[in-house]
Design a protein around this ligand. Structure first.
Ligand code: PLP
Length: 349
């Protein structure tokens, strides 16, 4: 088996004996090249990292075909999501998104007092792009789309999303959270950074927490119009970015073999979970494209989570409004996913 964690760990959750399929982490662990790069740089931790940020920015600009002044790098992508929520409140205060989706931008915007419109997902549990477009008015500040979406795992068709973004960005800024994009079957043809390169009013947000398996190391970035990057960057760049994250992230970006292996490993484990949902007759969001599935458990979420925990598996601890019996389950290592499938069989036996 693949040993990715070292016990005992400083993380109490890793010592509880439960299999963690609750946070969409990538249990396969980071690229060996990223680990080696970090080990080689440990003594340089005494230095501030600003000059290194610039090296990463150059790499991202080259990879995505955008200009360097369009890029903001942060400790994980969450600071960008919350920074963006703040930006919304200062630029018209109106967000349109869907329920259910990742909470960072919409909940952040709500906490800060913004007016958030939640358009329901369509029958396939996709962002209903037509209904969203209809909900956007000339005073809408931004639209948040997560592709592939968390928690459903659904990806919207790339050509459809591109056309949507080109039209809608004439009225409101379109924020596309691509946290899981590298895990999707259509990668890289589904990435949307070309919109930013072509000057459309969009933000593309990425993280090293998912396919790069660096959730604890914290590294993320966003691509946006240069004037906005300058404005948002004034705040988000303060304090800099953690040095080992930069070192690991650059090594991992260049490790294309790892990226491809990871995509196929995640796909293999995800197929085990969808096969189990099929076999057990549970409804689920079809053809998921992240490292998780979203399943109707047929019981209150707390009851399902408690049953799974008793069988050694931790699933996501929260629900989304309107989806009280649905549970998001992340993929793990082959051993972990197999144990989860066995637990699911036991719950529905
Ligand atoms: N965006 C999406 C869609 C996510 O699912 C997550 C984390 O689960 C994040 C952003 C934030 O992750 P991080 O701050 O680790 O980049």
């Amino acid at each position: 088996g693949m040993q990715t964690e070292h016990f005992p760990s400083a993380t109490p959750n890793l010592n509880d004996g439960l299999i963690r399929l609750s946070s969409n982490e990538n249990a396969f662990g980071p690229s060996k090249k990223a680990v080696e790069a970090m080990q080689g740089e440990l003594l340089n931790l005494c230095r501030y990292s600003d000059a290194t940020v610039n090296v990463l920015v150059k790499k991202i600009a080259a990879q995505e075909g955008v200009s360097e002044d369009q890029i903001i790098v942060t400790n994980g992508s969450s600071p960008i999501l919350f920074g963006y929520a703040d930006w919304i409140t200062k630029n018209g205060n109106k967000l349109v998104t869907s329920m259910a989706t990742y909470e960072g931008v919409p909940r952040g915007a709500e906490f800060m007092g913004a007016d958030v419109t939640y358009v329901p997902l369509d029958a396939n549990m996709d962002f209903d792009l037509d209904a969203i477009e209809a909900a956007v008015t000339n005073d809408t500040t931004a639209v948040y789309i997560c592709n592939p979406n968390n928690p459903t795992g659904r990806a919207v068709d790339a050509a459809k999303l591109t056309a949507f973004a080109k039209r809608v960005s004439q009225k409101a800024q379109v924020f596309i959270d691509e946290a899981y994009i590298e895990m999707s079957d259509a990668y890289p043809s589904n990435v949307q950074s070309k919109l930013a390169a072509d000057g459309y009013n969009v933000v593309i947000c990425r993280t090293f927490s998912k396919i790069h398996a660096m959730a604890g190391q914290r590294l993320g970035y966003a691509i946006m119009p240069a004037d906005q990057a300058k404005q948002m960057g004034r705040m988000l760049r303060m304090g800099g970015v953690n040095y080992l994250g930069l070192v690991a992230g650059m090594a991992s970006m260049e490790d294309l073999e790892n990226l491809n292996t990871m995509r196929s490993r995640v796909g293999t484990e995800r197929a085990k979970l969808t096969a189990a949902a099929e076999a057990l007759g549970r409804p689920y969001a079809k053809n998921p494209q992240g490292n998780f599935i979203y399943m109707d458990t047929g019981m209150p979420h707390d009851e399902f989570a408690t049953k799974m925990r008793a069988l050694g598996v931790k699933v996501v601890g929260r629900t989304w409004p309107g989806y009280d019996t649905w549970s998001r389950i992340s993929v793990g290592t082959p051993e972990e996913t197999d144990a989860c499938v066995n637990a699911l069989k036991a719950v529905y036996a």
